[in-house]
Ligand binder design. Sequence first.
Ligand SMILES: N[C@@H](CCC(=O)N[C@@H](CS)C(=O)NCC(=O)O)C(=O)O
Length: 236
Amino acid sequence: MLKLYQFERTWGIPNLSHFCCKMETYLRMAGIEYEIKPAFPLSAPKGKLPYIEDDGKILGDSGFIILHLKTKYKDLDQELNAVELAHSLAMQRLLEEHLFWTTMYSRWQYTDANWQVNKEAIFGRMTPIIRNIAAAYYRRKIQQQIHGHGIGRHSAEEVFALGMRDLDALSVFLGNKKYFLGNQPTTLDASAFGILVNTLRCPIESPLKEYALAKNNLIEYVDRTMTDYYPDLLTA
Ligand SMILES: N[C@@H](CCC(=O)N[C@@H](CS)C(=O)NCC(=O)O)C(=O)O
């Protein structure tokens, strides 16, 4: 069976990693069987989670993994036309290459309270000495990535204003549809759910989260997807 390597579950959401959550959501939406293997980025082929092992083949990066799944198992986008595919790609880029970074800023850089919550969730299971060394190493590394991306060079107010514009666009694009491109889930939904659930249903506080929580259609979308695809994670 396909093995999905990702962070341990926490916070009552599928995964604190946006991309691990995207990956698992694609698998569930496509009805592909898998087993979860808890992992850390150090063991990943490209140094980032998620990655998979399928028939002895190891593959990193959610985008490349989904290409593999589309060929071998099921293509969630097979009914989309060329314009819808173009919109799907553009929206995934907005989610994964822009909005994602504003949420990373919230976790790794914005306030000490958020950092403590993030640190506990990722490193809390390690022994105290290893935990502090690993957390300090990764915090520095991720802050360098945030700076390298460019978003980390702005003030907090500017970062969140940028993320809010993404949320506006997503909310308008979704409108009152069930999924982003109609009645059936597509790859864009796996991506959107992964990033949105990590924006508005995780214990990381920021003006961005507050703004997202005022978008009723985004909240309903996230909660509906959670109910439809992760009933096992919902408490009674
Ligand atoms: N483009 C990658 C992004 C994956 C990614 O950013 N993973 C993060 C967790 S959300 C990670 O493992 N970061 C560790 C690091 O950068 O060292 C994908 O689509 O899978």
